[in-house]
Design a protein around this ligand. Structure first.
Ligand code: BGC
Length: 538
């Protein structure tokens, strides 16, 4: 099509996309680095809470005179320290949705980096529960900004054919963050000074600096400019992202599609004031697959389900769980291994998510996870103290992590970034990410009570709960997750309108004129800009 006449007036025929240059690819992939925050912040705390110096500092207990079983943080403190970050991120991601529409996606992420640095500073300075708690709350806001808007930004700038793979790169960075946190904890755990916990905490600043500075060199999302009616800027950033000149047909057609779809959606969803923009996320009929309400429910519930898989039980409480299993000589090493499995399994999804699609990955992933979880629970209950049984449990926990990391881990983020129409996208994604953190928080709060030896003491039986929740994830994926592979974000809109979820893998973009643009005569961008000017003159 480039260079030649455009045959259809429809914006929904499958158009040819610009070849992806290495630079364009790198630009999109850099944003994934934001995942490091998420992973590192969630990951380092589990190890820190098991450190002798840290426990002694926060409880005043003497490790030499206190029996090992008693030398631990009380459940409520563990729960509060772990969960307060998620509480901060919950509110941070909600606020970020607003900010991203007012000032842009990029400045919002940069603001998140600054807030995170402040929160980390407080935590690093802390030598008591209060300041640590406050620091984690502030840092949580920063992580919330970053985690909500990175997904939005990446989904909006990535070429559609590699969008799934690129957003999976975000998950990959989360896993690297988690692994890195375990390594740092492992390296500092035996220090007999405050460096044991201060080093792992302070290192987070490095991620914020790298991402914040790097983002200054990346372009804003073209979809943000379209939303703001700044088409001249939209064309420039799109050309930069695709590595093409501004007047290239590729760029013009892609922009025309974004503009036309945005206009169409705006007609359907008028948003005249602040409250209406939020209210728009909940408009429509719950029975209508393509209504905003249904999409918001889909985005928030997929994130909730991702947490229900129980993955954070391993990453937040793994160290203490393995300690309590007894026969594991080095629980820190154990959590290092689980993080390594997580990292190594995630890249598989770069390929599978584009090859097989989102739906199959989520369905098979849930099946794999639930089977592993039930095996761990059954083995744990039947032969609890047998060393071979414990090895079997650990093996199945690792297989479970493999399934999560290659399916639901990246899949939930990819789908979340793809299902919202532009007028409500920033808020829809923000609500979904807030849901991830809300459930993350709920799990962080209740888990110590379920498994703590001084509380519910469920031990391996807790895996019956995770296995049952994963069964719900399987049913959910089968009935509710649509296939969005290979479609532009604008085509996803149409697919949701036209096609039942279970048949979505077979949907192909069809021609249907929806705008006044005459793409055969003039460039799409010129047409678009003129069209806008005419409207404003009227
Ligand atoms: C989840 C996190 C989890 C991580 C593990 C992410 O997709 O949202 O809660 O800790 O994966 O890799």
């Amino acid at each position: 099509m480039p260079g030649g006449a455009i045959l259809s007036t429809s914006i929904y025929v499958d158009r040819v996309e610009a070849p992806i240059t290495f630079k364009a690819y790198l630009m999109c992939a850099f944003a994934a680095f934001g995942g490091m925050f998420f992973g590192y912040d969630s990951g380092y705390i589990s190890g820190v809470m098991g450190m002798q110096y840290f426990i002694a500092t926060l409880t005043g207990l003497n490790p030499d005179t206190t029996p090992i079983a008693k030398f631990t943080l009380p459940s409520w403190k563990k729960s509060a320290i772990t969960s307060i970050l998620s509480a901060g991120t919950f509110f941070g991601s909600l606020m970020a949705g607003d900010l991203a529409d007012y000032v842009g996606r990029r400045p919002t992420i940069i603001a998140g980096c600054i807030v995170l640095i402040v929160g980390v500073g407080l935590q690093t300075a802390s030598a008591n529960f209060g300041l640590l708690f406050a620091g984690r709350l502030v840092a949580g806001f920063g992580v919330g900004y970053v985690s909500a808007i990175i997904i939005l930004y990446m989904s909006e700038i990535a070429p559609r054919k590699v969008r799934g793979a690129i957003v999976s790169g975000y998950q990959f960075c989360i896993t690297i963050g988690l692994l890195f946190a375990s390594c740092v904890d492992y390296g500092t755990q035996n220090r007999t000074d405050s460096g044991s916990y201060r080093i792992p905490i302070a290192l987070q600043m490095a991620w914020a600096l790298i991402l914040g500075i790097g983002l200054f060199f990346l372009p804003e999302s073209p979809r943000y400019f379209v939303k703001k009616d700044m088409l001249d800027k939209a064309v420039v950033v799109l050309a930069k992202l695709r590595g093409q000149p501004c007047d290239s047909d590729y760029v013009q057609q892609e922009l025309a599609e974004i503009v036309a779809n945005n206009d169409y959606e705006r007609q359907l969803i008028p948003q005249n004031n602040y409250f209406e923009t939020w209210f728009a996320c909940f408009r429509g009929n719950i029975r209508d697959r393509s209504s905003n309400l249904r999409r918001t429910i889909l985005g928030t519930s997929i994130q909730m389900m991702q947490q229900w898989t129980g993955i954070n039980f391993i990453f937040y409480f793994g160290t203490t769980f393995f300690q309590e299993l007894g026969t594991i000589s080095d629980p820190f090493l154990m959590s290092l291994i689980t993080s390594l499995v997580n990292v190594c399994s995630t890249p598989i999804s770069f390929w599978t998510i584009e090859k097989f699609g989102r739906r199959p990955l989520m369905i098979w992933g849930a099946l794999g996870m639930l089977l592993c979880e039930f095996v761990v629970a059954i083995v744990g209950v039947i032969c609890k103290d047998n060393p071979s049984a414990i090895k079997a449990m650990i093996t199945f926990i690792c297989i479970y992590i493999f399934f999560f990391a290659s399916t639901w881990g990246p899949g939930a983020w990819v789908v979340t970034g793809e299902i919202f129409p532009l007028p409500i996208r920033s808020r829809g994604v923000a609500l979904s990410v807030a849901s991830n953190w809300l459930w993350n928080c709920v799990i962080a709060v209740i888990t110590p009570y379920m498994v703590g030896t001084d509380k519910g003491n469920l031990g391996p039986r807790v895996f019956f709960i995770w296995g049952s929740l994963c069964t719900v994830c399987l049913v959910y994926a089968y009935f509710l997750i649509p296939e969005t592979k290979g479609l532009t974000l604008e085509q996803v809109d149409r697919m949701l309108e036209e096609c039942p979820t279970r048949a979505s893998s077979k949907w192909v973009p069809r021609s249907r004129p929806m705008t006044d643009f005459d793409l055969t005569e003039k460039s799409a961008v010129q047409e678009t800009i003129e069209h806008k000017e005419e409207k404003s003159e009227v």
